[in-house]
Design a protein around this ligand. Structure first.
Ligand SMILES: [Zn+2]
Length: 347
């Protein structure tokens, strides 16, 4: 039995359109009054955008309804779907806690409220009937000032039972004018022993070699093999893993054809760079993790052996997977005596 690890999923983009529609119908029908029927909403919500910035705008729609009161509603459905439809054994969920606090409060009040959000997300992620190992990645954000981003790192450091790492999000073309700030934030996170990933090298305008040494994993990173393959040996030496989210690049207009990813995988395999295949925004795309895998096979971007190597890599690079091995190895041991018994009966 194959069980999977998902390393890159945004809380905002993980709400599938049907769940969001039902929520709006029950609680905020004015937000969907311009859509006559559900299919129109689904089309609006899931259709590709022209740019990464335009695509990220959609997150604000979901963020606006994900509050401390409603988060358990969405997370329960997210974990249920991940367990039932995606065979996930491990899930890292990422989001910017500050953006889930009430907008009318002052900055310092909102910072104080973030700890409650982390606790609510952590408690809601633990569902005994859908047992998945979950942890949170807290995202710093390009729209937020230094003090808030630093507070997000402090929060990660203070809540290691719920939080396994930090990230930066908000569009990788927006880091350039605050580069030294991002470097100091990542240095600070590493000094506290916090695991790091970051949205970099997603688009051609989001490439910052100065930041690479601070990352343990690279959110997307596809422009490294595509545009700067000379960096791959260093990425391999540092043991950094790329979190590749195939559907995203079509949805954001970063790639025109998913087959362009073949070069990404080929060059990474050749250089010994690990890739974890992820969904990014499974709800927003309406594409769950097993379908990301299947698409890559269908388009001959990778073969089954390479797929399994990526699935293994996901568990190896997971920040909070508590076991040395991936679940298949653990399950094989459990199932072995049964198999032996069946064989013995057949004899
Ligand atoms: Zn992402």
């Amino acid at each position: 039995m194959a069980l999977y690890a998902e390393l890159h999923r945004h809380l905002g983009g993980s709400v599938v359109p049907r769940v969001l529609w039902r929520y709006f119908e029950r609680h905020s029908s004015e937000l969907i009054s311009r859509f006559a029927e559900y299919p129109e909403f689904e089309d609006f919500y899931t259709r590709p955008r022209n740019t990464l910035d335009e695509y990220l705008e959609l997150h604000t729609l979901v963020e606006s309804v994900q509050t401390v009161e409603t988060l358990p509603y969405f997370i329960y459905r997210l974990v249920r779907g991940a367990y039932i439809f995606e065979n996930l054994a491990y899930l890292e969920l990422r989001y910017t806690p500050y953006l889930r606090t009430p907008e009318h409060l002052s900055q310092s009040q909102r910072i104080d409220k973030m700890a409650e959000i982390v606790k609510v997300v952590g408690e809601a992620s633990s569902q005994p009937e859908y047992p998945i190992v979950t942890s949170q990645i807290l995202c710093m954000h390009t729209r937020l000032p230094y003090e808030v981003n630093k507070a997000i790192i402090d929060l990660a450091g203070q809540n290691k039972n719920y939080v396994c790492g930090i990230d930066v999000a908000g569009g990788d073309s927006h880091y350039a004018d605050r580069l030294s700030e991002w470097i100091s934030l990542y240095e600070y996170a590493r000094s506290l022993g916090i695991n790091t990933t970051g949205h970099f090298y997603e688009t051609p305008s989001g490439c910052y070699p100065q930041l690479l040494p601070y990352l343990m994993r690279i959110g997307h990173g596809i422009q490294i093999p595509l545009l700067y393959p000379e960096l791959l040996p260093d990425v391999a030496r540092r043991g950094q893993c790329l979190e590749v989210c195939p559907t995203t690049y079509i949805q954001t207009g970063t790639l025109q054809d998913i087959r362009q990813l073949k070069l990404v995988f080929d060059r990474c395999f050749d250089a010994g760079v690990d890739i974890a295949i992820c969904t990014d925004n499974a709800g927003l795309h309406n594409v769950r993790l097993p379908f990301e895998y299947e698409n890559l096979l269908t388009y001959d971007i990778i073969n089954f052996e390479q797929l399994q190597a990526c699935q293994d890599a996901a568990f190896r690079h997971a920040f909070a997977w508590p076991y040395g091995e991936r679940p298949a190895s653990l399950l094989n041991e459990l199932l072995q005596p049964e198999t032996t018994k069946v064989l013995a009966l057949k004899d």
